[in-house]
Design a protein around this ligand. Structure first.
Ligand SMILES: Cc1cc2nc3c(=O)[nH]c(=O)nc-3n(C[C@H](O)[C@H](O)[C@H](O)COP(=O)(O)O)c2cc1C
Length: 414
C-alpha cells in the first residue's frame, strides 16, 4: 500500500474514532439530560404542577359575585382574613328572618390548643374576620355594625360547647350611600410577609396613618420604631421561635396542618404550605414534590433551623413593631384586638408596607413563661395583655397568597 493511502486510511480511522467518541458523549449527555428532565418532571408532577389550585379561588376579585345574598358576598371577602396557623376558625349563620343580619361563631373544630391553650388567638382571628367583612361592606355600599357576644360570653369551663352555642358577633348591615374605604384592594394582597424588609424607616406620615386605625377601639395600638425597641423585640421574637421549635406539642400541631401537595391543599384549604415561606412558581411544585418523595428534607430539625433562620433574618430587617394591647383579657377585648390587627395590616398594605405577626412570646404554655413575662414587664407594665406583636416595614419581595376555604363551607345550616 502506498504511504499516501495508508495515511488516508489512518486519518479515516482516527476521524471515525473521534466521531464515535463524540456520538457516545452526545448520547451520554442526552441520557443524563433526559434522566434529569424525567426526574424533574416527576418531582414537579408529584408536587402538583398539573393540579388546578382551587384553594386560591377566594382571592379572585370576582369570587364574591357567585353569591346573590349580600351577606354571603361579604363572607366571601372576609374569608381572606389572616388567622392563627391559617386555621380560619370561622362559622357563620345567616339570620333566617332578618336578611340584614348574620352571626359569626368560632369553629371549635379548628382550635390549636398547643400554641393557643386558651383560644386567645382564635378570638383575635374572629376580629380579623370582622375587620375584613367591614371593609368589604363599605366598598359594596353598606355599613356593618357588630355586637360582640350578643348572647353572653363563653362558659370557660365548657369552652368548646360554648363556642358552638354562643355567637362571637351579631353583624347588622345597613345600606349606606356614604360608606367608603381606602383599604378594599388590600384585602386581595397577602397578609403576612415573613421576609427581611428594606432599610427604610417608617416615616412620620406612615406612623400617623397606621395609628389612625385605632379609633375608638377597646384595644390600644403602639408603634415602636426606636433602635432599642426594634432590637429588644427582635431578640424576643427569636427566643420565642427557638422555644416553640423545642416544644413538641407545638411542632406536632403545626406538622398536622402542613400540606405538601396541591391535592392535599385543595382538600384542606387551611393550615400551612410552602407559600408561607414565600415559595412561588416552579420552585413551589419542586419543593412540594421533593418533600413528598423525601420527607426527611422537611423533618422537624430542618423545620426548626428554617424557622429560626427566617425569624432572625426578618427581625434584623424591620422598620418597626406594632403592639396591640388590651386593659384586661376578656373575650370581647381579644376580638377587638383582632379587629385592630387586621385594620392595621390592611392599612399598612394600602401604604405600601407589609407586616408579620410574631406571636410566639405571647403564647401561654409553660416553656414560654420567661419571655412572656419579659415582654409584658417591659411593654405592658400596668398589667395589660399584649394581644399582638407585629413587625412592619417596606417589602423586599412580595409574598404569595395562601389557602382559603370556600365561603359556602363556613355557613352553618342546622
Ligand atoms: C392571631 C394570629 C397570630 C399569628 N401569628 C403569627 C406568627 O406568630 N408568625 C407568623 O409568621 N404569622 C402569624 N400569623 C399570620 C398567619 O400565619 C397567617 O395569617 C396565615 O398563615 C395566612 O397567611 P396569609 O395571611 O399570609 O394569607 C398570625 C395571624 C393571626 C391572626
Amino acid at each position: 500500500m502506498c504511504p499516501r493511502r495508508t495515511a488516508n486510511l489512518m486519518d479515516a480511522i482516527v476521524k471515525s474514532k473521534k466521531s464515535r467518541v463524540r456520538r457516545i458523549a452526545l448520547i451520554t449527555v442526552a441520557c443524563v439530560v433526559a434522566v434529569v428532565l424525567v426526574g424533574m418532571g416527576t418531582v414537579l408532577a408529584v408536587g402538583g404542577i398539573f393540579v388546578p389550585a382551587t384553594y386560591l379561588q377566594p382571592w379572585s376579585a370576582t369570587y364574591y359575585q357567585q353569591f346573590t345574598d349580600p351577606r354571603m358576598q361579604l363572607v366571601a371577602h372576609a374569608v381572606l382574613a389572616p388567622s392563627g396557623h391559617n386555621m380560619q376558625p370561622w362559622t357563620v349563620q345567616l339570620d333566617a328572618t332578618d336578611t340584614d343580619v348574620l352571626y359569626l361563631y368560632a369553629d371549635s373544630t379548628r382550635l390549636t390548643p398547643a400554641v393557643d391553650p386558651f383560644a386567645r388567638q382564635t378570638m383575635v382571628s374572629q376580629g380579623a374576620f370582622l375587620a375584613y367583612l367591614q371593609v368589604a361592606a363599605e366598598h359594596l355600599g353598606y355599613s356593618a355594625s357588630f355586637e360582640l357576644f350578643p348572647n353572653g360570653t363563653y362558659d370557660e369551663t365548657n369552652l368548646e360547647e360554648s363556642m358552638s352555642a354562643l355567637p362571637v358577633a351579631r353583624i347588622t348591615l345597613a345600606k349606606d350611600p356614604s360608606a367608603a374605604t381606602d383599604d378594599y384592594d388590600s384585602l386581595f394582597v397577602s397578609d403576612t410577609n415573613r421576609s427581611p424588609y428594606t432599610e427604610a424607616r417608617l416615616t412620620a406620615a406612615q406612623s400617623d396613618a397606621l395609628s389612625a386605625v385605632s379609633g375608638s377601639s377597646a384595644a390600644t395600638l403602639s408603634i415602636l420604631t426606636t433602635k432599642q425597641d426594634i432590637t429588644a423585640l427582635g431578640e424576643l421574637g427569636i427566643e420565642g421561635t427557638r422555644i416553640e421549635t423545642e416544644y413538641l406539642p407545638a411542632t406536632e400541631e403545626s406538622d398536622a396542618v402542613f400540606w405538601g401537595t396541591e391535592q392535599a391543599k385543595n382538600e384542606a384549604r387551611s393550615g400551612f404550605a410552602v407559600e408561607g415561606q414565600g415559595t412561588t412558581g416552579l420552585m413551589k411544585y419542586f419543593l412540594q414534590g421533593l418533600i413528598t418523595i423525601v420527607p426527611a428534607v422537611n423533618d422537624d430539625a430542618a423545620g426548626a433551623k428554617n424557622a429560626i433562620a427566617l425569624t432572625a433574618a426578618g427581625v434584623a430587617h424591620s422598620a418597626g413593631y406594632a403592639l396591640i394591647s388590651t386593659a384586661a383579657n376578656s373575650r370581647a377585648e381579644q376580638v377587638e384586638a383582632g379587629i385592630m390587627y387586621a385594620q392595621f395590616s390592611l392599612r399598612a398594605r394600602t401604604l405600601g408596607l407589609v407586616t408579620q405577626p410574631l406571636s410566639q412570646v405571647l403564647q401561654e404554655y409553660p416553656t414560654m413563661a420567661v419571655p412572656y413575662a419579659a415582654i409584658h414587664a417591659k411593654y405592658a407594665p400596668e398589667g395589660q395583655t399584649i394581644q399582638m406583636l407585629v413587625r412592619v416595614g417596606m417589602p423586599t419581595t412580595q409574598y404569595p397568597v395562601t389557602m382559603r376555604r370556600d365561603a359556602a363551607s363556613l355557613v352553618y345550616s342546622p
